[in-house]
Design a binder for this molecule. Sequence first.
Ligand code: AMP
Ligand code: ZN
Length: 470
Amino acid sequence: MKLYNTLTRTKEDFVPIEEGKVRMYVCGPTVYNYIHIGNARPMIVFDTVRRYMEYKGYEVNYVSNFTDVDDKIIKKANEEGVSTDEVTKRYIEECIKDMKGMNIKEATTHPKATEEISGMIDMIKTLIDKGYAYAAEDGTVYFRTRKFDSYGKLSHKNLDDLESGHRKEKEAIKVTGEDIKEDPLDFVLWKPKKEGEISWESPWCEGRPGWHIECSVMSKKYLGESIDIHAGGEDLIFPHHENEIAQSEAANGVPFSKYWLHNAFLNIDNKKMSKSLGNFFTVREISEKYDLQVLRFFMLSAHYRSPLNFSADLMEAAKNGLERIRTAVDKLNTVEGKCKEGPADGAVSGAVADYVAKFEAAMDDDFNTADAIAAVFELVRYTNTNIDESHTKGDVKLAKDTILKLCDVMGIIAEKEEEMLDADIEKLIEERQAARKAKNFARADEIRDELLAKGIILEDTREGVKWKKA
Ligand code: AMP
Ligand code: ZN
């Protein structure tokens, strides 16, 4: 299995630190709103990487955090007049619902930054003891970037270029008199609280951690000092991942992550989809129009390191592609019920094995899901034209199970879900109305979410509750 390592800028053979095991950390979302489909890209592609590793027999310890302390969260809480805790709890719950909808496997551990503060304080202390960090007069703790010799090795930047980039900033800082860093390249590990902000006691000041130290600490706690894979969107290469390497390697004295994987952006009109540009669709919005399996299929139809432009046309193409696979599986189910008992014969087994080999070759080549999907389509075409009632049950089952299995490696559910009957939907809506009357809003919401997961959207109107299928 080869994967492209941002650290070496080459495709390398995957050799885990410990045989048969993979330790993998994926930077998770900052939870102050519903996640958008740009945030969904790393979730889907790295969940697929994990699934493929498991398919190959590795035991994967998969850790993905929630960043639940951040300026944007504090701002949102202030706007709503609620605690940051209330904001993050709400959006973590919503994010988990979206992840379930996209068939993303639960991580082995989903740590939250606010629950790991003592580990962060410990690592910062170690960095200060080793001379890699210092506290400024106001209690801010900075990392001494120039002291870490290989700074820039991930993003392939050199310190002098970075220095000149910082010159303007330096001038501006001098004017405001905030020149408390030893060097403009130094970055924050701990910062003092501002009025009304969430904070923790520390040896330096009451305050909160910088973003980068969070991931270094959570990765170490749940996976150990050296891990196999660290991943995230390409915007995280610099400064986030560069700084994580500096902190972890300076503190632990061993290499941090062997492989660094980064997905390219999901764009809209060729611009990065982002909350700050306002050009985004939330996963929730998409779920009202499409089965989220279509979104997953769309994401995997491109290689993870290629930019992907979101469009209604591509979503329709994904919908049709998925439907083609599901129809083939449906047909195989019908055929299986009609044909005679017997094992798979050599011809079908041989053909199926060829498609599996093609699929694996594509995935072994830096997780080329676009080609892997093409191999599944070829298998589908083969079964559509070659497999009928004259075959044995063994043949039909082998073809069907192979399609289901390969799709499952990509998190695609290839079996058609049984549609809910109208009567069942109406019954649930009645139950929801009763729950609301009894002020059992939790149950009412649960029913709404359960229906949404099945593609049923409820609308509360003056004439009562109306529903439609997405
Ligand atoms: P954030 O919530 O901004 O910290 O982002 C969470 C994850 O989503 C990170 O791995 C980002 O790199 C990734 N991400 C954010 N926007 C996009 C996008 N438009 N395309 C692909 N990945 C993205
Ligand atoms: Zn991170």
